[in-house]
Design a protein around this ligand. Structure first.
Ligand code: GLY
Length: 587
């Protein structure tokens, strides 16, 4: 070994020692996690888990240490987040998982998105005047789709995992039955959502102290009913959720709250394995989620458009760079409004939308000096009223990577924070409000201001269109180099786009790429959202080009990413939202 490589080895060992977890094995009483900020990148030659909640990341890393693979770790982390991150981790929602199998060099897309109940109807959210009743679409029991999370996680485990259901569920059961220490993030989030959650006796009982008092950081949250639901799943598999006692409790809650989900809906729920949408950008390739997510298609479409410009030369976050990003985003989201929906119900022109020559035509429509108006990109939209939601965008993403090179990139959600706010009495988990991701009426905006058309109209058993974009990036040798994804509703796709451009065009490491300020545009409303850190000079120049800049900065997403450089993994938990952590396997 020469001196330089010896130095590098010492440096690596030091980084590894200081960045690796040194905390106690009992994650159910892991108060240490509040004392230590773990937002710095974590480096390892072994496996890695990064999620929005530190205890859940630890659970995944423990599973890797116990000999599980990336899929086992992802399933255990998913169930743990259902306990420790109730605003987005879930049993009552749905999501998408990309699985990369190293030995086969194959990527699989698992669709466990919620479905519309059998008795759902295209006009179910319209009032007698034909206007969309947003309260009903977002906060009633009817806003819940049939949950897919339990079926999805168990499908992944059965097909690609190595451990038993009871092994991967054990940590979540322990966290629910013995409780865990509430951190600042959870205490704060429950306080902020108290008005909505406390309307429902079950939610008030599960997430607040007697008389609706708030939990404080340092308090212990025990969720006994949830632990019993998890035990039923552990013993009976999917049947422990989709039939028997849990299913009955869900249906009883529906009857109490005027919801639609029936025993038949639950029994009929099925997970779908799909071909991921894959494309290329320069010499790299990227695979992401296909419909019913719009994420993969539009991520690749935007990359295809941007491939026609020398972004590197423009400079990161310069006005010229941001202008080209905004115009690519504008085109993609205009298409999203018209063409995207559940592919099992409506033909989605995946090939055309991700076609390089189509993107070339779209790139030619971009004036390098001047912003377009969204009404010109898709004429005739003036009368379509849009609104921006004040709801938080509380999906959650996590990534796992094992020492064999298997990877999971998973995004799942209840839609809004705490879904529709209704917990299933006796079962201890919250229900989603994913039905609002359908287009309740052509041209009306959903909770994220996204416009949709008949391709995304409500139909029984159909999956609502999503923006969730779990993604894996591959290098020129077709080796995976980045697993990423984020919450953020409509902003998810543009955030993942910027993570990829940061990595490829600007050669940023994962921590730098995660921290770099972001922007977002979604065609309508015709406004550029931006984060603090985008320079005022760039914003001024963008305004001069004709862009409408939002009056205030906002926080965009919370990526949880892992990169690989050879056999070295590096993870970055996004510090935009509190509580996230990357945890490496120790042995
Ligand atoms: N519920 C947000 C999404 O699926 O895009």
């Amino acid at each position: 070994m020469n001196i330089k490589s010896a130095k590098n080895l010492v440096l690596f060992v030091l980084i590894y020692i200081f960045a690796s977890p040194t905390f106690a094995a009992d994650s159910s009483s892991a108060t240490f996690l509040d004392k230590e900020a773990r937002f710095h990148p974590v480096i390892s030659q072994l496996g890695m888990v990064v999620s929005q909640e530190a205890i859940a990341s630890q659970v995944g890393a423990d599973i890797l240490e116990a000999g599980g693979n990336a899929i086992d770790a992802a399933v255990a982390t998913g169930f743990a987040l259902a306990v420790t991150l109730p605003r987005a981790g879930n049993l009552g929602g749905g999501g998408f998982m990309l699985v990369y199998l190293a030995e086969e060099n194959k990527t699989i897309a698992i669709d466990y998105r919620e479905t519309a109940p059998l008795s759902a109807d295209r006009d179910m959210f319209l009032d007698p005047e034909g206007n969309v009743d947003n309260g009903k679409a977002r906060f009633s029991a009817q806003s819940s789709g049939v949950p897919g999370t339990v079926a999805g996680l168990l499908h992944a485990l059965e097909q690609y995992g190595t451990l038993s259901i009871s092994e991967v569920l054990k940590p979540a059961i322990k966290l629910a039955s013995q409780g865990f220490i509430i951190n600042y993030d959870l205490a704060d989030s429950l306080r902020l959502s108290s008005k909505r959650l406390q309307q429902h006796p079950s939610s008030k009982k599960y997430f607040y102290k007697a008389q609706g008092q708030y939990f404080l950081p340092g308090d212990r949250l025990v969720q006994s009913d949830l632990s019993r639901t998890l035990k039923r799943i552990s013993k009976q598999g999917s049947a422990g959720f989709y039939s028997g006692k849990t299913a009955e409790l869900i249906v009883q809650q529906m009857q109490r709250s005027d919801g639609l989900i029936s025993l038949e809906d639950l029994a009929n729920y099925n997970v779908i394995e799909r071909e991921p949408v894959c494309g290329t950008y320069q010499q790299y390739s990227v695979c992401a989620m296909p419909p019913p997510s719009s994420g993969g298609i539009h991520l690749i479409q935007m990359l295809n458009i941007l491939e026609h410009f020398d972004l590197k030369k423009m400079g990161h976050n310069s006005a010229a760079y941001l202008h080209h990003l905004i115009e690519a985003m504008r085109s993609a989201y205009a298409d999203r409004s018209l063409y995207l929906g559940d592919p099992d119900f409506t033909p989605v022109p995946v090939k055309q939308l991700t076609d390089k020559s189509y993107a070339q035509a779209l790139s030619r429509a971009i004036d390098p000096q001047k912003s377009r108006r969204s009404t010109d990109v898709y004429p005739g939209l003036e009368k379509w009223v849009t609104s921006q939601s004040s709801e938080s965008e509380e999906t959650t993403h996590y990534s796992t990577w094992d020492k064999h090179g298997n990877i999971v990139s998973n995004t799942y959600t209840l839609n809004f924070a705490y879904g529709n706010g209704i917990a299933v009495e006796g079962a201890g988990f919250l229900l989603n409000n994913e039905m609002d991701d359908f287009s309740a009426k052509p041209g009306s905006a959903n909770g994220y201001g996204l416009i949709g058309g008949s391709a995304n109209a409500i139909q029984p058993q159909k999956r609502p269109l999503s923006s969730m974009t779990p993604t894996i990036l591959f290098d020129t040798n077709n080796k995976p180099i980045l697993a990423t994804g984020t919450p953020g509703g409509s902003t998810i796709i543009t955030i993942v786009l910027q993570m990829i451009l940061n990595t490829i065009d600007f050669k940023m490491g994962v921590a730098e790429s995660t921290a770099a300020p972001r922007i977002h545009h979604q065609w309508l409303p015709d406004t550029v959202s931006y984060e603090n850190g985008i320079s005022v000079d760039s914003l001024k120049l963008l305004s001069q080009m004709g862009h409408k800049i939002s009056s205030r900065p906002r926080v965009l997403g919370s990526t949880q990413s892992i990169t690989a450089k050879g056999s070295i993994l590096e993870a970055s938990a996004d510090s935009r939202r509190q509580g996230a952590a990357a945890v490496s396997q120790r042995n």
